[in-house]
Design a protein around this ligand. Structure first.
Ligand SMILES: Cc1cc2nc3c(=O)[nH]c(=O)nc-3n(C[C@H](O)[C@H](O)[C@H](O)COP(=O)(O)O)c2cc1C
Length: 323
C-alpha cells in the first residue's frame, strides 16, 4: 500500500508505533521497522542524551530500516536537556522524529537542517494547523480515545479525522483507538495516510515490558480506562487500578485546589515499576480504550502482516462488493 506517509518515511506499510514511555526501546522500534512499519524510540525514557545515543546505536544494529525518535514536551518536574537529546538524534543519523506535547518550533530548525522528517502528534485541528504552519512534514492526529494525553477538547476520531482532512495540506496519521485492518481502512476513508498505534503495540512479543502489563491489556475491556489529571489541564487516559481510584478520589476531594504535589505518589516515577517490574497497582499508566479490541500477543510482523492482509480484503472484497 502506497500512501503519502509510506513515501515520506520510505517505509512499506503505513503503520507507525508512537513513542511510549518505558515501552519504546530499541527492541520494539526495530521490530516494528523490520516488519515494514516505522517504530519509535522514546527519547525521554533514556535518562541522558548519551543514553539516547546508545539506544539509537542499538536500534541501528537491530534494523537497517528507518525508525523514529520521540521527543515529548510535557510539563515535567525537572525540564530535560532538550538540546542534548536533539544533538544525539542528529548525530545518530535518525531519519524521523515524532514530536509531541508543546509546540516543537524551538527544535524544528535543527531537525530540518539535518534533513530529518518531523511528524508532530497533536489532539486538535488548531494544533495540527500550527504544526503545518511552522514546517512540520506531517502530523499524527490523536483522538479522544487515545492512550496517553488526549488534550482537553474531547473530540473522538470519527469527527477529528475528517475535520483534519478538511483543513490540512500536509499528510496525517490517524492515532488513538487503532488496532486492526478496520481501523486502518476507516482511517484511510476519513482522509488519513495511515495509522499510529500505541497500546496495541504493547501487547506484542517484542515489546520489552513485563508480562503482567501485556496480561492487563488482554484482561481489560473498553470500559477499563479512566481520565486523570483533568483538573490540572494535563489529562491522561490510563488503565484503571487501585492507584488511579485513589488519585480520582483526591481529585474529587480537592477540586480545583489540587496541585501536582498532591498526586505525585500516583504518577511520578511509576513507569519503571510498572513496565519493568510488573507492579500493576503502583501508579497510573497510559492506556487507550482500544484495549477492548486487543485479544492476543502476536509478533510485530504478525500484527502488521495481518493488518495489511485484512485491509486488502476489506477494500477489495467488502467495500467494492457493496458497489
Ligand atoms: C504506555 C504509553 C506510554 C506513552 N508515552 C508517550 C510518550 O512518552 N510520549 C508521547 O508522545 N506519547 C506517548 N504515548 C501515546 C502514544 O504514542 C500514542 O499516541 C497513543 O498511544 C495512541 O493511542 P492508542 O493507545 O489508542 O493507540 C503513550 C501511550 C502509552 C499507551
Amino acid at each position: 500500500m502506497k500512501t503519502k506517509i509510506t513515501e515520506l518515511f520510505g517505509i512499506e506499510h503505513p503503520i507507525m508505533q508512537g513513542g511510549m514511555h518505558y515501552v519504546g526501546f530499541a527492541e520494539l522500534a526495530a521490530a516494528v521497522s523490520n516488519a515494514g512499519g516505522i517504530g519509535t524510540i522514546t527519547g525521554l525514557t533514556q535518562k541522558t542524551p548519551a543514553d539516547l545515543a546508545n539506544e539509537i546505536a542499538k536500534c541501528k544494529d537491530l534494523t537497517e530500516k528507518p525508525f523514529a525518535v520521540n521527543i515529548t514536551f510535557l510539563p515535567t518536574v525537572n525540564a530535560p536537556d532538550y538540546p542534548g537529546y536533539v544533538k544525539a538524534i542528529i548525530e545518530g543519523g535518525v531519519k524521523v522524529v515524532e514530536t509531541a506535547g508543546r509546540n516543537p518550533e524551538a527544535v524544528l530548525p535543527y531537525l530540518k537542517d539535518a534533513g530529518i522528517k518531523v511528524i508532530h502528534k497533536c489532539t486538535s485541528v488548531r494544533h495540527a494547523l500550527k504544526a503545518q504552519s511552522i514546517g512540520c512534514d506531517a502530523v499524527s492526529v490523536d483522538g479522544f480515545e487515545c492512550g496517553g494525553h488526549p488534550g482537553e477538547d474531547d473530540i473522538p476520531n470519527m469527527i477529528l479525522l475528517p475535520r483534519a482532512h478538511d483543513e490540512l495540506e500536509i499528510p496525517f496519521l490517524a492515532s488513538g483507538g487503532m488496532a486492526d485492518a478496520r481501523s486502518l481502512v476507516a482511517s484511510l476513508a476519513m482522509g488519513a495516510e495511515g495509522i499510529n498505534m500505541g497500546t496495541r503495540f504493547i501487547a506484542t512479543k517484542e515489546a520489552p515490558v513485563h508480562e503482567n502489563v501485556k496480561q492487563a491489556i488482554l484482561d481489560a475491556t473498553e470500559l477499563d480506562t479512566r481520565l486523570v489529571m483533568r483538573p490540572l489541564r494535563n489529562t491522561e487516559r490510563v488503565m484503571n487500578n487501585t492507584a488511579v481510584q485513589r488519585l480520582l478520589e483526591k481529585e474529587k476531594k480537592l477540586g480545583k485546589d489540587i496541585r501536582f504535589e498532591d498526586i505525585i505518589e500516583e504518577v511520578a516515577g511509576v513507569y519503571p515499576k510498572i513496565m519493568m517490574e510488573g507492579d500493576m497497582e503502583v501508579g497510573a499508566w497510559s492506556c487507550g480504550m482500544v484495549v477492548g479490541l486487543i485479544h492476543d500477543i502476536p509478533t510485530c510482523k504478525e500484527l502488521i502482516d495481518r493488518i495489511m492482509k485484512e485491509s486488502h480484503h476489506l477494500i477489495t472484497q467488502r467495500l467494492s462488493g457493496l458497489l
